[in-house]
Ligand binder design. Structure first.
Ligand SMILES: *Cc1c(COP(=O)(O)O)cnc(C)c1O
Length: 429
């Protein structure tokens, strides 16, 4: 593939944007090679600035449930743009979007819009702390909840280790109340509760881990977490920024039948524009300003363009009862096919998929948490990623990120992807 225009932009970008990118994983450091610069997208495909076409499994990190430039979403944005792009005032369509969210995710009895997943989780944490008047938060090792200070702690191994900052610039005090436990380990979470009796404000989980690669909850795990929170008087936050409207119309909470106290949403809820939300129990959300003492605000919150796009996306989800079955069928075929292609070439592989998200781990061992995910062969994943990209398939640029299927991905895209995988797997060593 010719990449001369991408390469030229990459050089310029490095001179003006830190690391050349506006979000770190875009720099391909986890997979090697230089990033391609994208010019446009349509349906399941994107084209780079040199005109190369890729089947896109990044989907703007999961935001694009209906693929790129879906005509109905484009039309909604165009129509709203002509009527004004921001008011900083209440609008009718915010009410409609909030009602639509609640219809699909009933635990969100009250919903507030924000502009990014980071803002949603940061605000939900403040609400949980304000409501319970406690400070500690239990977080899962390897889970990502955006880049707010309190969540930038993964800490090492061990049960209920006190959080240590995972990023320069995060003061120890900001993560002092962040407790880290491994995913799918109820014993470790129970121990964390026991060690900090009456101090835990909330547990926050990605109900299907997605930011360490796709790692589903073990049977009974989420119910166990729910019970531990109830016993301790702590709130349960489902960070469904990735899983919301992605693993089922009602998110992971609908799929697994667990009702969290607070939910954060992002990605799909903005229909490809910057919108996110947090919501939950009416009594808990009643602490949010202006009716309660927990301050939370945003100049562009509930932005008309983003709300217009998100509203159409949720409308399309609501209209199509077969949507998630089809997405799951496509994703299953992709996941099983990739595992088969890689194994046929003699490499160990584990494939996880839930709804319309999946990860192919280059490992022979079961992947049940971050520690076991880290046993995967990152170098080999990098070679696989780069060779697939060369053949026109854009996978997640890290072993520890999920790949996303959209409603625009059909038989043709999956077949082409698996064909490429068979060829590529044989040559990656
Ligand atoms: C993407 C993501 C976030 C952060 O959302 P941004 O919009 O990137 O700030 C938070 N939590 C989860 C689970 C995510 O996948």
């Amino acid at each position: 593939m010719r990449r001369s225009k991408s390469d030229a932009l990459w050089l310029r970008a490095a001179g003006v944007i830190p690391g050349g990118v506006n979000s770190p994983v875009r720099a391909f450091r986890a997979v090697g090679g230089d990033p391609v610069f994208i010019a446009r997208g349509a349906g399941a495909a994107v084209w780079d600035v040199d005109g190369n076409r890729y089947v896109d499994y990044l989907g703007s990190w999961g935001a694009l449930l209906f693929g790129h430039a879906h005509p109905r979403i484009v039309e909604a944005i165009e129509r709203q743009a002509r009527d004004g792009t921001s008011f900083g005032c209440a609008t009718g369509m915010e009410v409609e979007l909030a009602e639509r969210i609640r219809a699909l995710v009933p635990s969100c009895e009250r919903v507030r819009m924000v502009s990014s997943g980071t803002e949603a989780t940061m605000s939900a944490l403040r609400v949980a702390r304000g409501f319970t008047r406690r400070d500690k938060v239990i977080k899962i090792d390897g889970a990502y909840h955006g880049h707010a200070d309190a969540f930038l702690a993964a800490a090492g191994s061990g049960v209920a280790t006190l959080g240590l900052p995972d990023s320069a610039g995060v003061p120890e005090g900001a993560v002092r109340d962040t407790l880290i436990v491994p995913w799918n380990d109820l014993g470790a979470m129970r121990a964390a509760f026991d060690a900090h009796r009456d101090q835990v404000a909330c547990v926050i989980v990605e109900p299907v881990m997605g930011n360490a690669g796709c790692i589903p909850p073990a049977e009974g795990y989420l119910a166990g977490v729910r019970a531990l929170c109830d016993t301790a008087g702590a709130l349960l936050i489902f960070d469904e920024v990735m899983t919301g409207f992605r693993v089922a119309a009602g998110g992971a909470q609908a799929r697994f039948g667990i009702r969290p106290d607070l939910t954060t949403l992002g990605k799909v809820v903005g229909g490809g524009l910057p919108a996110a939300a947090f919501g939950g129990r009416a009594d808990v959300m009643a602490v949010v300003a202006p009716i309660g003492p927990v301050y939370q605000a945003g100049t562009l919150s509930g932005n008309p363009l983003a709300v217009a796009a998100g509203r159409v996306a949720l409308e399309m989800i609501g209209e199509d009862p077969g949507l998630f079955d089809r997405l799951e069928t496509t994703t299953t075929r992709l996941a099983l096919g990739l595992v088969e292609a890689v194994r046929a070439a003699g490499h160990p592989a584990v494939g996880h998929h839930v709804g319309a998200m999946m990860t192919l781990f280059f490992t022979a061992d079961p992947v049940r948490d971050y520690a076991t995910a880290k046993r995967a062969d990152r170098e080999r994943y990098g070679r696989f990623f780069r060779a697939m990209l060369e053949r026109g398939v854009y996978l997640a640029p890290s072993q520890f990120e999920a790949a996303f299927v959209s409603a625009a991905h059909g038989e043709a895209e999956i077949s082409a992807t698996l064909e490429a995988a068979r060829v590529v797997a044989a040559g990656i060593g």
